[in-house]
Design a protein around this ligand. Structure first.
Ligand code: KIV
Length: 257
């Protein structure tokens, strides 16, 4: 098993994993210094392309972004989020995952769980492909947003799903928008690290969409903490540029040949 993946697995209960998304080399250059995992998420569809949902992004576009992201990754584990409809069966999943890994040199792929596709994880892992699972609110399969695992019945289903994903050989699982008590029980029920997004600090690590954390996406649900307001910072810079251009203060001799 890849050294990096083993390190992630071993971190359980020792240190909280720091994980973020990146869609370009300029961002992954900064994130690589601080993150354990960088994810080329299918959130590139909504956060970057302004698509209505993540189901609309295709594999070729994501591969192009991954090639850019990979250019700046030196130490973190790079995970590629397999887009909608690229792992409908074992054959497609293997063919597409192998192609993604060959072209992008990512360390692992992530697939969303539909509560049934454990055999796909198992066959990917048995062909040497590292897999990150994803349960709870899984936007490729569920359209309407709802907090997951609030009722006992749903809680039990999620715990079972996480155990099945672990048994299939995944090295970690993203828990998206899962009720606190359920996220805690799932994290205690599996030996692989759980990585939460909107799923409480009981998880073994946290992931956010970087554009949300930086205040650039305009999408700030309760689980997002804005650590910067890049929208304001960029707007101020653009305003200054506009003023300089209008007033003929840019370019000066310093910027001319
Ligand atoms: O696509 C994405 O960014 C994700 C994270 C939210 C986990 O799947």
């Amino acid at each position: 098993m890849l050294k990096k993946i083993l390190k992630i697995k071993k971190s359980k209960s020792k240190k909280k994993l720091v994980c973020l998304t990146a869609y370009s080399k300029s961002l992954s250059k900064i994130l690589d210094k601080h993150c354990d995992i960088i994810l080329l998420g299918d959130s590139v569809a909504t956060a970057f392309y302004g698509m209505e949902n993540t189901q609309q992004i295709d594999m070729k576009t994501m591969i192009n972004h991954a090639n850019s992201v990979k250019k700046s990754i030196k130490k973190s584990t790079f995970v590629f989020d397999m887009p909608h409809n690229t792992y409908r069966n074992v054959y497609d999943a293997k063919k597409n995952a192998k192609k993604i890994i060959k072209i992008t040199k990512c360390d692992a792929i992530k697939i969303e769980s539909n509560g049934k596709n454990f055999n796909i994880i198992k066959s990917l892992v048995s062909s040497g492909i590292q897999v990150m699972g994803h349960i709870g609110f899984t936007p490729q399969f569920k359209k309407n947003f709802k907090i997951q695992g609030q009722k006992t019945n749903d809680q039990n289903k999620l715990i079972n799903e996480a155990k099945m994903i672990e048994k299939a050989g995944a090295f970690s699982i993203v828990l998206e928008c899962i009720a606190k008590k359920t996220a805690e029980k799932i994290t205690r029920s599996v030996k692989i690290p759980t990585i939460g997004i909107g799923s409480s600090n009981f998880c073994d690590g946290q992931i956010l969409v970087t554009d949300d954390l930086l205040g650039l996406s305009g999408f700030y649900p309760k689980f997002v903490k804005k650590y910067a307001n890049l929208e304001n910072i960029i707007e101020n810079a653009v305003r200054k540029f506009k003023k300089d251009v209008r007033n003929k203060n840019f370019p000066t001799n310093l910027n001319a040949y």
